[in-house]
Write a protein that binds this ligand. Structure first.
Ligand code: IMP
Ligand code: MG
Length: 189
């Protein structure tokens, strides 16, 4: 009889008694981030966009994304927002903990988010950036939870559309932990 071993169990991460299963492996993330970077290089060729990362969650994605768009002539800045506290459900209240420093007047602006869930953060940022009279404004999100946010504008670049669920890793946290996982994991259950 041919011996066929059981496939190894998909890796899981446990934190505070909650189990998260491997969801988007690092290699798949890398491939998709590369595509997004190439798309930005094409779409912004000859321009000098201001790329704005939304801290803390987008830091990991942003770092890979801008290097996937190496030929792009760009400037980098950051917002830091807080809406989640320590919970898995948005508090619904956005606070700006760090503002963008570069003037955005007449600039091509690309806002980079880790994930769009309720859409509250991205709406807040859109209003905030629009008040600064940029020449153009586009959004890039690694993850987009389908059917949750009611937005009256487009998210121009999306890495992966996913169903509504709680995910961690690759910048995404649970109570500030696990941002440093290379892959994305989803809450079991
Ligand atoms: P929104 O304002 O509800 O769209 O959520 C935006 C922010 O909440 C994201 O930028 C994340 O920082 C955080 N967030 C939303 N969903 C998740 C998740 O599944 N895991 C970790 N953080 C999340
Ligand atoms: Mg975030």
């Amino acid at each position: 009889m041919l011996y066929s071993p059981e496939p190894p169990p998909a890796p899981a991460v446990t934190i505070d008694g909650e189990v998260f299963d491997l969801y988007i492996p690092s290699a798949q993330i890398a491939a998709r981030v590369d595509e997004l970077g190439k798309q930005l290089e094409r779409d912004y060729a000859g321009k000098t966009p201001v790329v704005i990362g939304v801290l803390n969650g987008a830091a990991v994605f942003l770092a890979d994304l801008i290097r996937a768009a190496e030929s792009l002539d760009m400037e980098l800045d950051f917002y830091r927002l807080s809406s989640y506290g320590d919970k898995k459900i948005s508090s619904g209240e956005i606070r700006k903990l760090k503002d963008v420093d570069i003037s955005l007047v007449g600039r091509d602006v690309i806002v980079v988010e880790d994930v769009i869930d309720s859409g509250l953060s991205v709406k807040y940022i859109r209003d905030d950036v629009a008040r600064r009279n940029p020449k153009s404004l586009r959004f890039c999100a690694l993850l987009y939870k389908e059917g949750v946010a009611q937005l009256d504008f487009e998210i121009d670049y999306i890495g992966f559309k996913i169903p509504k669920q709680f995910v961690i890793g690759y910048g995404l946290d649970i109570a500030e932990k696990k941002r440093n996982l290379k892959s994305i994991y989803r809450l079991r259950g």
